[in-house]
Design a protein around this ligand. Structure first.
Ligand SMILES: [Zn+2]
Length: 275
């Protein structure tokens, strides 16, 4: 079995605010230790289901160098660094049997979602694909789905686990914390959270993968609402962009990878202008 794990940081066990997720912040060292421990728990679950599994871990937060290579279970190959194609999903292709998300967070504006945002907290107000507002869970599941690979497990806070279940109720989840506010939560003890991750990953994979790949209908329409009109002014320069209003731009692409690339490029451009 070949398994791909995309690992973000906001939904890791015990993490509740930016002091644990920012490279130059006071509790970052603790945050990254918690992060690799959750990933290793997921790897233990994979190896329980298939001791010979091939595993690729993609570090999917910020500069994408949060997982310390030495601390990761040696059964996995680590993809790190940025920028790169497919960003949080770099390394995925059609040869994988299943995808797992660990440390994932809810889409921007979610009530009771720890550190909720959609790709860029600074630039993005919302992302709507084919008429439905989505977060990183649906976007990255859509990338996996483009390659015919199903998302079978997600670990994160309760709101993000709900986002995964909305994609497909068959996706196994581990809700490691329940948000009280955007930067406060009731957290399972990390050891309890890791046991839950391991158990539910094994459950998702044992006896073969049952969930179907999640794919967006083609052609794919992406509507991006930025946080201010100056970003809209800059993104409008993209050849395929259609300006809908001050803050909103629309793209239509033949397939989801084209749509994702347009979205990602528009965020780079929006990030280059000040407010
Ligand atoms: Zn992140």
């Amino acid at each position: 079995m070949k398994v791909f794990i995309s690992v973000d940081m906001e939904g890791i066990s015990g993490i509740v605010d930016g002091t644990q997720t920012g490279r130059d912040k006071a509790e970052y060292k603790t945050g990254r230790a918690l992060m690799v421990a959750d990933v290793n728990a997921a790897i233990d679950g994979i190896l329980e289901a298939d001791p010979g599994a091939e595993i690729v871990v993609s570090d999917a937060h910020g500069g994408m160098k949060n997982i310390e290579p030495e601390a990761l279970n040696k059964a996995a190959v680590l993809v790190r660094g940025t920028p790169k194609p497919l960003t949080q999903m770099a390394g995925i292709d059609g040869s994988f049997d299943a995808v797992l998300f660990v440390g994932y967070h809810a889409k921007k504006g979610t009530e009771h979602g720890i550190l909720s945002h959609t790709i860029s907290g600074r630039a993005i107000e919302s992302v709507t694909i084919n008429g439905t507002e989505v977060g990183e869970t649906a976007i990255n599941a859509g990338i996996a789905g483009h390659f015919g690979v199903p998302l079978v497990f997600l670990a994160g806070d309760k709101a993000t686990a709900r986002e995964a279940k909305e994609l497909d109720p068959g996706i196994e989840v581990a809700a490691v914390k329940e948000a009280i506010g955007r930067t406060s939560a009731k957290c399972l003890h990390p050891k309890v959270a890791r046991a839950l991750i391991r158990e539910n990953v094994a459950k998702a994979l044992k006896g073969g993968v049952k969930v179907k790949p999640f794919a967006f209908k083609q052609p794919v329409e992406v509507v991006v609402r930025f946080t201010n009109a100056r970003m809209g002014d800059a993104v409008e320069f993209m050849p395929s962009a259609e300006r809908l209003d001050g803050k909103t731009v629309r793209f239509v692409q033949d397939d989801f990878i084209g749509a994702f690339n347009a979205l990602r490029a528009s965020i780079f451009i929006a990030g280059a202008v000040s407010t």
